[in-house]
Design a protein around this ligand. Structure first.
Ligand code: FE2
Ligand code: FE2
Length: 165
């Protein structure tokens, strides 16, 4: 993004880049844990659940690329240090149950992770909405990802409900 395009973004670019990079870190961490979870689970319904986790994990990877594009456009650089990714993330760790057949426990942990993502995107959406007309691009990106995180939480909660029926 050029000089003028950066100027019209009325919030501190430095702050915005920091927030976008924290979300970028969250997405990396989500892809790591979701991939791990889909390989870990066992039991009669594991295939359906694993496929759903993999589908959602692919969307998290898309979020990561979308955030990375925006960070570059704003003149920044996505975090390149793996250890620092963990330090700057909003949602740091997903703790899974020890038993690979405890699919409810795994899905519950994933639903909670989506809850953390929803909070983090919602916080940034409020921030960027203060200068909505100045930085439509970031606003729409964050709004778009937030709506997918909301769908993810619902998808995991639906899996839990389905198993109870
Ligand atoms: Fe995401
Ligand atoms: Fe998500």
């Amino acid at each position: 993004m050029g000089k003028k395009a950066r100027e019209i973004v009325n919030i501190s670019i430095e702050d915005l880049l920091k927030d976008l990079n924290s979300l970028y870190a969250d997405e990396w961490i989500a892809v790591f844990y979701y991939t791990w979870a889909s390989d870990f689970i066992e039991g009669p319904v594991y295939l359906e659940v694993a496929e759903e986790i993999e589908r959602i994990s692919k969307e998290e990877a898309e979020h990561m690329s979308e955030l990375s594009d925006r960070i570059f456009e704003l003149g920044g650089e996505p975090e390149r240090d793996l250890e620092d990714l963990q330090k700057i993330a909003n949602c740091k760790k997903i703790v899974f149950p020890k038993d690979e057949r405890d699919i409810d426990g795994v899905v519950n942990a994933l639903a909670e992770a989506e809850g953390c993502a929803i909070e983090a995107y919602n916080r940034l959406l409020h921030k960027v909405s203060a200068c909505y007309e100045k930085d439509l691009r970031t606003f729409h990106l964050v709004e778009h990802i937030l709506s997918e995180e909301i769908q993810h939480e619902e998808a995991f909660e639906n899996l839990l409900l389905k198993k109870k029926q």
